[in-house]
Ligand binder design. Structure first.
Ligand SMILES: Cc1cc2nc3c(=O)[nH]c(=O)nc-3n(C[C@H](O)[C@H](O)[C@H](O)COP(=O)(O)O)c2cc1C
Length: 220
């Protein structure tokens, strides 16, 4: 399997668990992730997972340890996340949200795609109007202009007309709108299964191989 550069931005919508599982899948599969975390994402993760996200300038080992701890302790362990591998053959770079000198701020830096998971309505709106006021928005804009995969995982309910129109515009511009809307037809037994439903679809759209769930129509 070829290692790919994938941008993973985590913003302040509910659903930190999706991001942690996605990071685990990408790192276990040997990919290189470029991580960007918004200030609001830190607040949400503290609330939802009861974990503190490292500072942007923390050592990479501190970040990978954080992902392992978030999977294996506290609420995520109770949700069934602690059965997943924490042997990572992939690697990780972490970029400050205001660091426009990062490679991923430029179209000349090649990536296999970007995912914003979860994606807040605030970030969605900024990307829809092309404002590029932080590295998440700039990197998303780069993925649109370079016509590379950009997967947005919004979470909000109900959706205002403003949010719906932003999503329509982004879909027209080439982004994939993949809401955190798990299905239940696979009969999930635990929260981990529900999270995997969404993460599996994200991986499909990033063309990342996985075996997170049985595909509908497959017999084994
Ligand atoms: C616990 C918590 C849960 C939140 N859930 C959502 C949500 O599901 N969707 C959303 O769009 N915003 C949500 N927000 C609000 C965003 O975090 C806020 O709009 C923020 O400005 C987004 O900034 P960002 O896009 O830079 O991360 C939540 C905030 C907190 C503290």
């Amino acid at each position: 399997m070829k290692q790919r550069n994938i941008v993973l931005a985590i913003t302040g919508a509910s659903g930190s668990a999706y991001a942690i599982r996605l990071a685990q899948v990408l790192l276990s599969a040997g990919h290189h992730i470029h991580l960007i975390v918004s200030g609001a994402a830190r607040q949400v993760a503290a609330q939802e997972l009861n974990v503190g996200i490292p500072a942007d300038n923390a050592a990479v080992d501190e970040w990978t340890d954080f992902i392992k701890t978030a999977l294996t302790s506290g609420i995520a362990a109770a949700w069934g996340f602690n059965k997943w591998s924490t042997e990572f053959s992939g690697t990780c770079s972490v970029h400050g949200i205001g660091d426009y000198s990062a490679g991923i701020a430029s179209g000349s830096f090649l990536t296999g795609g970007m995912v914003i998971c979860p994606c807040s309505m605030g970030t969605l709106s900024a990307i829809a109007c092309g404002s590029s006021t932080n590295l998440v928005q700039r990197s998303a804009d780069v993925h649109l202009k370079e016509r590379r995969p950009l997967v947005l995982v919004p979470r909000e309910t109900p959706l205002s007309l403003v949010a719906l129109e932003n999503m329509t515009g982004l879909s027209r511009a080439g982004a994939t709108i993949l809401p955190a809307m798990p299905g239940f037809y696979q009969r999930p037994a635990c929260v981990a299964n529900i999270v995997d439903f969404v993460v599996a679809r994200i991986c499909d759209h990033l063309q990342v191989e996985h075996s997170l769930m049985r595909r509908w129509g497959e017999t084994t």
